[in-house]
Design a protein around this ligand. Structure first.
Ligand code: SF4
Ligand code: SF4
Length: 508
């Protein structure tokens, strides 16, 4: 790369995205060290046009993706998948058999002959330009049927990740932007919906990856996929520290439990305990807040309707919608007694007890009415028994994620000359797709769009190419008959035993 030092302001954006870490900022000026492969990531993010392409330095040209790195002897390319050994481009890593990764999979495969791939796509390499046959098209016999698996490590350009964050804490308003703040503030995703006991966050996707913040978003996402902690901010909302498979941290505090259900579900699930816990129990929750003595469960247990009415819009008896916020149970109620709208003076009974809790039982207060006012008191044995049962019923909070992508040009053209036939055969159930052996969910409708559990994909088998896109293994398994029917690259087919024996070494 050519550097115009006069223009450099030392912002360090280039340093942040360089995939090989060969940039430093010294005395507020950019310095590019040995090992640069001319991937141009730095140039794409520089706001001052400091960096421009220079004639290729010495090295071997990798042709496995549109970046076309010039890799110096002994170094790796920008995606870390290929290196220059003695002037030759060599694929790092090797092909994995399905049996090698089977133990990682949580989802089983169908028992049918095409249910499992003959081999995984991990370590298979890419073919570029797209129309060339995939590097491994393997054939074998299963249950007496000739089966073919086509394996690719395809760049899935416009992919993203949907995160499930188990918490009832308020993260922000739905559809708000999610940012990462490093050397600059970058838009990396959105806060989507709230489903059951979790918040759903979308990171990446077409519009973000192709935006000016795309390189930064891809880098953050890649760190997350590799199991690192990432720090995010929701616009006008909370800060999040998220690591795959770990409890989320919201505003610096680790979340321990996932709610067992909404305030109404709690009333239904634990009614016998609640009936004994207090004369009235209010379960504060951002979805539905429960008022036990009015709830069908309370009525069924012949609980006397208390003098208390609560705020919010009534859905049905004992079930109320409150405004969302950073208060108790993800509502806007900051002080528990503020949920009370009215206490009926006629029905009010001196000594009446009231328990207000969140659905996790994380926060709870017990009150007794004295001189017409609810006064806080220590928990009774019965109230404690209810809260303990409630807490014991909560799952541990964690951050889970599915990778969301579609199989585009390079992935489909490596299988067949007729991509639409492949798409149709997938939807007809004639071709099974696996992602590094893991079984994805294929969306109905056109195209091959899928979701796959990130934790099932073997660590180290997802790469980031600075186009930016994620390179991820995909296998297509089908009968030989189907492979012929969809116009598959029959001439490129090799027996599975031969490929397993070579383990794909030195093949690109
Ligand atoms: S061209 Fe790529 S490898 Fe070279 S300094 Fe820029 S970002 Fe780093
Ligand atoms: S990013 Fe990887 S595949 Fe693409 S040209 Fe560079 S080394 Fe090759």
């Amino acid at each position: 790369m050519k550097i115009d030092l006069e223009k450099c302001k030392g912002c360090g954006f280039c340093e942040e995205v360089c995939p090989l870490g060969v940039i430093t900022i010294d005395d507020r000026k950019v310095v590019i060290h040995e090992g640069c492969v001319d991937c141009k990531s730095c140039m794409k993010v520089c706001p001052h046009d400091v960096l421009t392409p220079a004639p290729a330095e010495e090295g071997a040209k990798c042709m496995s993706c549109p970046i076309m790195c010039t890799i110096p002897e002994g170094s790796r390319g920008a995606c870390m998948r290929y290196s220059n050994k003695g002037g030759e481009i060599i694929r790092e890593g090797r092909l994995h058999t399905y049996e090698e990764i089977e133990g990682l999979l949580r989802t089983g495969h169908d028992d049918g002959s095409i249910g499992r791939p003959l081999i995984t796509g991990i370590g298979s390499g890419t073919t570029y330009p797209d129309f060339r046959p995939s590097p491994f098209i393997v054939s074998g016999v299963r249950d007496g049927i000739d089966v073919v698996t086509v394996v690719t490590e395809a760049p899935l350009s416009y992919s993203g990740v949907k995160l499930k964050i188990d918490t009832d804490l308020y993260l922000g308003e739905e559809s708000r932007k999610v940012y990462v703040r490093r050397k600059g503030k970058r838009h990396v995703g959105h806060l989507c919906t709230e489903e059951y006991g979790s918040k759903i966050l979308s990171l990446g996707g077409v519009n973000i990856l192709t935006s000016k913040d795309g390189m930064f978003a891809a880098k953050v996402l890649f760190e997350f996929l590799k199991g690192k902690e990432i720090k995010l901010e929701v616009e006008n909302g909370s800060t999040l520290e998220l690591t795959l498979g770990q409890p989320p941290k919201v505003n610096g505090k680790s979340e321990e439990h996932m709610r067992v259900g909404c305030g109404s579900a709690v009333s239904g699930l634990f009614a016998p305990y609640m009936a004994k816990a207090a004369d009235e129990v209010i379960v504060l929750d951002g979805h539905i807040t429960g008022l036990f003595s009015e709830h069908p469960s309370g009525k069924y247990l012949k609980k006397t309707r208390s003098a208390v009415t609560i705020k919010g819009r009534k859905s049905t008896d004992g079930r109320y919608f409150l405004d969302k916020g950073a208060g108790w149970g993800g509502t806007d109620v900051q002080e528990p007694l503020d949920v009370i709208k009215e206490i009926d003076a006629e029905k009010r009974v001196e000594g009446m007890t009231l328990l207000i809790t969140e659905t996790t039982g994380r926060k709870a207060v017990f009150y007794r009415m004295r001189d017409g006012r609810f006064m806080e008191e220590p928990l009774t044995e019965e109230a404690s028994a209810f809260l303990e049962t409630l807490r014991d019923s909560c799952e541990a909070s964690r951050v889970s994620a599915v990778f969301a992508a579609g199989v585009g040009g390079s992935a489909r053209a490596g299988v067949t000359k007729n991509p639409i036939k492949l798409t149709r055969a997938v939807h007809a159930g004639k071709v099974a797709i696996s992602i590094g052996g893991a079984k994805p969910f294929i969306f109905p409708g056109g195209g091959i769009n899928f979701l796959v559990d990130v934790e099932e994909i073997k660590q180290g088998s997802i790469y980031l190419s600075p186009t930016p896109s994620f390179v991820i293994p995909v296998e297509y398994t089908m009968s030989l008959e189907t492979f012929k029917d969809i116009g598959g690259h029959i001439d490129a087919m090799r027996p599975v035993e031969e490929v397993v024996k070579s383990k794909g070494e030195k093949e690109q």
